[in-house]
Write a protein that binds this ligand. Sequence first.
Ligand SMILES: Nc1ncnc2c1ncn2[C@@H]1O[C@H](COP(=O)(O)OP(=O)(O)OP(=O)(O)O)[C@@H](O)[C@H]1O
Length: 314
Amino acid sequence: MTVDGSLGMLPDARNGDGQGGDVRGNGVRSDDVPGHGIPPPEALDAGAPADPGDGAAVTVSALSLDFPIYHGGSRSLKKTVLSLASNRMGRSRDTDAGTGGHLGTDRTHRVVVRALREVSFTLRSGERLGLVGHNGAGKSTLLRALGGIYEPVAGSVEVLGSVGTLLDPNFGMNLDLTGRENIVLRGRYAGLNGTGIRALEADVEAFASLGPFLDLPVRTYSSGMVVRLGFALSTAAAPQVLLMDEWFMAGDAKFQDKAHRRLETVVRGAEILVLTSHTLEILRSWCTRLIWLEHGAIRMDGTPDEVLAAYAGV
Ligand SMILES: Nc1ncnc2c1ncn2[C@@H]1O[C@H](COP(=O)(O)OP(=O)(O)OP(=O)(O)O)[C@@H](O)[C@H]1O
């Protein structure tokens, strides 16, 4: 079972529980979340927060990841794939369109999108990595593989340290529960005691500014309101390794401003950041290193100045 080690976080991978499996973005499986009967915070005072340990590092070795296409039996798709590649995965002629991963077939002749192809890199404490590349280049897939959400078909991912994810505002959220109940649940999954959960509730309530909606089911929220709640929950504590998709830029202008300030604190607290964005100013100002992905493979790995000059000519 993969239970998050701290708020919005996956467990420390050194416990052997941070990789693979059906982990949702915040270490909470949506099907694990009970619908009712959540004990109040004061009933939980015996618990203690997990110790995230120290010395974060990320090692990715020859990572490949495929998505099977289940209606790939259609003749036109098969014909396209067969005519595109002649026909060994990972050894394409110039078979790729301008967007998307590499289309091919696996050993059982099933059509797959090879979203990542033999990706290798290491990250040490202090590094802030930005991922750039065309639509469908594999940026989000790589983030999710680092978060243990997707399993590699080949190669490996090793993450040392607690992992925090800002990948999808809905991850780990039970839409039938109220915002407040979701906060308590998240606190419980993080191993917080009653005092910790009350502090979390106060922090998220103040930050998300949902007013009376906090006591209504999340399914009644607008998408911006879900972002507010999800963001507030996922940024309530700084993980050692923070994985961030660009959805955090969603929300109205006032919220974006607030979100940016809070994120800066989290990013300062995190030892390693991995961020995807199409916004060049964000990549330049937040990252110390960029990896340019093209059709699932690393095209370039360097400083933001080097990579942006080659990628975007800026
Ligand atoms: N769940 C899925 N099922 C099938 N294919 C998928 C799935 N998720 C991603 N893909 C495919 O994997 C490839 C990489 O997608 P990914 O979302 O990682 O790209 P990205 O670089 O994040 O793109 P964008 O900048 O458009 O968000 C794409 O070709 C996409 O079609």
